[in-house]
Design a protein around this ligand. Structure first.
Ligand SMILES: Cc1cc2nc3c(=O)[nH]c(=O)nc-3n(C[C@H](O)[C@H](O)[C@H](O)COP(=O)(O)O)c2cc1C
Length: 176
């Protein structure tokens, strides 16, 4: 494989604003998943891509949960603000998202359906408030049957800032 298509991508969805952190509603300036994505970027030296919807979700937590549940129920594909155009340059994709209603936000579906992940290695990471990965790994497998899915890491949102050691250990394992 040439160097050109051997790069690491860290693609993530994360929402700033009011969110639960250790059981309390707080205003997050940087989303939990974004905190983890940037740590993975620092360790691996990969490229970052934020999966961002064209329409922002509200800052209000309850309002966001209502919209997200509706998107899940209607199998929506939220329009993204930007689409990845050079996926062929990457062989390994760290895919990050919060657990929303037991799986990844529907915008991640839009992302996974837009590009061709055939033959690529996908390594998921997720932040959550107790539900871990939910069924998101099964959902990735269904959407990307021709990709190699490696064991991911699920981190409680409130532990994102202090997850460095866990991340290091996991990254060493996932690269060996
Ligand atoms: C719409 C919505 C739905 C959520 N559903 C779940 C859930 O089903 N299980 C869970 O453990 N946490 C759930 N959470 C909590 C988030 O997964 C958690 O706060 C996460 O760290 C947020 O990441 P972010 O700051 O990167 O967006 C939900 C949060 C939102 C906003």
């Amino acid at each position: 494989m040439s160097k050109r298509n051997n790069k690491i991508l860290i693609a993530y969805f994360s929402r700033r604003g009011m969110n639960y952190l250790n059981g309390k509603v707080v205003n997050l300036q940087v989303g939990n998943t974004e905190v983890i994505a940037k740590k993975i970027q620092m360790i691996t030296g990969g490229d970052l891509f934020e999966i961002r919807t064209a329409a922002d979700y509200p800052s209000d937590y309850m309002e966001t949960t209502r919209i997200a549940r509706n998107e899940l129920r209607t199998n929506a594909r939220p329009v993204l603000a930007e689409y990845i155009e050079d996926i062929e340059n990457y062989s390994v994709i760290y895919l990050g998202y919060p657990n929303w209603w037991g799986t990844f936000p529907m915008a991640v579906r839009t992302f996974l359906e837009f590009a061709n992940f055939k033959g690529k290695t996908i390594i998921p990471f997720c932040t959550h408030e107790g539900g871990g990965f939910g069924h998101s790994e099964t959902d990735i497998r269904k959407l990307c049957p021709d990709s190699i899915l490696l064991p991911g890491i699920a981190i409680q949102g409130g532990s994102a800032a202090t997850a460095d050691n866990r991340l290091q250990e996991w990254l060493i394992k996932s690269n060996s």
